[in-house]
Every structure is written in structure tokens, then in C-alpha cells.
Design a protein around this ligand. Structure first.
Ligand SMILES: *Cc1c(COP(=O)(O)O)cnc(C)c1O
Length: 360
């Protein structure tokens, strides 16, 4: 049977070599073999963007991306000052929701889904408020908009003591990220999106001084999602709880392949696929939801064609072996999404648009 092509923004189609890595030997996480695996993954995640291991630390978590977001917020954001979350989609809103559950005083600067963040409005808040941390989603998967990390980060450098937290879950491994230049303090990522591994573990890349400060100043608010506890154990080469060992084998393999491909070439491959998606769509008169200049390399959202429901489009494409993705929240009956992360080829995209063309 031909494989189903996943055009949803993760989990993605993985390579056979990554799948085969799941079948490695059984090991105990209190043994040296596990320490080597953990050390290898933590080092490779820094290597992807060439980060200085003295300055940045990686913490691996069992759980999907949201687990790592929640662990970062509840472990690193103090309740004594305000937390600014800039949102223009569902995932920004999720950070606000997490902060609310932990009773963190939060300012939400929100924009319509897919609308550009206004940096002047961000600056107004920075001038007025005593903030601890500013958070934003890099690639807002709700619409495919790429938010301006450089602008926000550069501005934040003028306000020392306020850290920059980024949800990079759907961009790490697929977009340019300049940690130093953009002043990124904490960035959350996951295994099953642009890193092209299986779901089940996520990670945080954080500046060591932010981790140390949080350890001194913030009392734990969660047992299982205590990021600093994971940090402490992982520096010793182990995990506080049972780690997802097989999933980590797969991630280690996927990272080897990313480093071999090189981040620039991975980004370029995604960019080519995304522009092909947009060109082919234009050829059959599909309208993109975003103004083109705001789009990521990774996902495109389209208005549903006149008179065709998402359910119909989805079901016919599924029969032909393609899984597309619905809009979320208020966009659910307006748009559909095509992500081009994972092992997808140009011929898959050709066949996809032939199929969509036939339907409409
Ligand atoms: C996928 C995604 C998440 C996390 O979703 P999970 O279901 O927890 O994996 C968070 N933020 C963004 C931007 C995402 O694309």
C-alpha cells in the first residue's frame, strides 16, 4: 500500500531509518547507555543552530510540545511581575491559558489570527509595565504566519531583565533562528515536526543564567512539569522519571540526519516545497489566507474553494492518500491548511494538486 502523505503540521512522515531506530535494544535509564543517548541528543539539539553549550542548556521532556510549554511557564515565570504574551493564533492563546491556570498575572496583547504584530504596541507595554518575561509563538501554526522575533528581541534588549520566551515548536529545524542576535532566552521545540521524528518527546533550549535565576527565585508549582528538576537530573546524565527511551533513539537518529543534511539545506528544502504549494494552488485559483510576505516556509493556509466544505475536501483527498488539515477555532469553516514538513517530495505535492484540481 502506498504511504499516506501527511500534510498536517505534525506528526509528520518520517524516514524508514528513523522508524527503524525505534527497534534498538532495551536499556535501563539508570545505566551508562542511557546517559550516552541523552548526552548525544542534548548536544545535537544545540548543534542544529550552532549554540554555545556553555551558555545554552537543553532539557528533554516526555510529552508533546504543550508539556514543554507548560513546564517552561510554570518553572521560569515568576508570579511577582507580569508576563506578556503576544498572540495572533491558537497557540499564543494556549500560553495565556497556561499562565492563567498557574495564577501568573498576564498581559495579553492579542491580534486577529494571521495579523501582523505591531511592535509599537509591544513597546508601549514594555515602557509601562514591570514585566518578567515576554512570550510569543514564532511560527503560528494556526495560519502559517511567521512572527517577527528579530524585531521583538531587538526591542527587548533595551529593557534588561525581561526574558524572551519563544514557542518554536513548529519552526525549530525548519526556519532560521538566531538565538544570540534575537536575544532568545527560552525556546520550546518538539520531536515530531520539523525535526522529522516521532511524537512523544519535546524539549526546551534555555540560557543557563535564566535557569539558574529561576532555581533561586521560583518555588516549584508542579512535580511532573518542574523543568528545573529535569535540568538538574539531565546535567547528571539521567532523568527524574522514566524517559521515553525508544522515542529518544528515534530523535537521536533524526538529529543525525538533520545535521548531515545541514540546517540551511533543510530550510531550503522546505522553502522550495512551500513555494511549490503556493504556485500550484495559484494555478487552480486557490486563495491564500495570509498576505504572502508573512508566511513561513512550512505551512500555507487557503480559503476553502466556493461551495466546497472542508469535510468533503478532506474525505476525498484522504481516499486518495493525502491528509490535509482543518482550520482551528473561528477559522474552522473558512480555511484549510497544507503543511510541508517531514519527508514529502515534490512529486507528492504535484499529485496532491492534481487531486485538488479534480475535486474543484
Ligand atoms: C504543534 C504545536 C504546539 C504543540 O502541540 P502539541 O499537540 O502539544 O504537540 C504548540 N505550539 C505550536 C506553534 C505548534 O505548532
Amino acid at each position: 500500500m502506498p504511504k499516506t502523505i501527511l500534510l498536517n503540521p505534525g506528526p509528520v512522515n518520517i524516514r524508514e531509518s528513523v522508524r527503524n531506530a525505534l527497534l534498538k535494544e532495551d536499556i535501563c535509564h539508570r545505566e551508562e547507555e542511557f546517559t550516552l543517548l541523552l548526552r548525544s541528543i542534548r548536544a545535537k539539539l544545540l548543534e542544529v543552530y550552532n549554540l554555545d553549550p556553555k551558555k545554552y542548556k537543553v532539557i528533554i521532556l516526555a510529552g508533546s510540545g504543550t508539556a514543554a510549554i507548560e513546564a517552561s511557564i510554570c518553572s521560569l515565570v515568576t508570579q511577582n511581575k507580569k508576563f506578556l504574551v503576544i498572540t495572533n493564533g491558537v497557540y499564543g492563546e494556549r500560553m495565556v491559558e497556561i499562565a492563567r491556570v498557574y495564577s501568573i498575572p498576564t498581559i495579553k496583547l492579542s491580534y486577529e489570527y494571521g495579523k501582523r504584530i505591531n511592535i509599537i504596541e509591544v513597546e508601549d507595554i514594555l515602557k509601562k509595565e514591570a514585566l518578567s518575561m515576554v512570550a510569543v509563538v514564532h511560527h503560528e501554526t494556526t495560519t502559517g504566519i511567521l512572527n517577527p522575533l528579530e524585531e521583538i528581541g531587538t526591542l527587548l534588549k533595551e529593557y534588561p531583565g525581561k526574558f524572551f520566551m519563544v514557542d518554536g515548536i513548529s519552526s525549530f529545524g525548519g526556519e532560521v533562528l538566531d538565538f544570540e542576535g534575537w536575544g532568545i532566552g527560552v525556546l520550546v521545540g518538539t520531536a515530531n515536526k520539523c525535526l522529522q521524528s516521532v511524537p512523544g518527546c519535546s524539549f526546551v533550549v534555555a540560557r543557563q543564567d535564566i535557569l539558574e535565576q529561576a532555581r533561586r527565585e521560583i518555588n516549584p508549582r508542579s512535580v511532573y512539569l518542574n523543568l528545573l528538576n529535569y535540568y538538574h537530573y539531565q546535567e547528571e546524565g539521567t532523568f527524574p522519571f522514566t524517559p521515553p527511551i525508544q522515542i529518544m533513539y528515534a530523535l537521536n537518529q533524526a538529529l543525525d540526519e538533520l545535521l548531515k543534511e545541514g540546517i540551511e539545506r533543510r530550510i531550503e528544502r522546505y522553502r522550495r516545497l512551500a513555494s511549490m504549494v503556493r504556485e500550484r494552488a495559484k494555478g487552480i485559483n486557490l486563495k491564500t489566507f495570509l498576505d504572502g510576505s508573512l508566511s513561513s516556509n512550512i505551512l500555507t493556509s487557503f480559503h476553502l474553494p466556493e461551495g466546497i466544505s472542508y469535510a468533503y475536501l478532506h474525505d476525498v483527498l484522504k481516499e486518495k492518500g493525502f491528509v490535509i488539515y482543518a482550520g482551528q477555532s473561528g477559522l474552522s469553516n473558512k480555511i484549510f491548511r497544507i503543511a510541508n514538513m517531514g519527508e514529502i517530495s515534490e512529486s507528492d505535492i504535484e499529485r496532491l494538486f492534481e487531486a485538488i484540481g479534480e475535486i474543484i
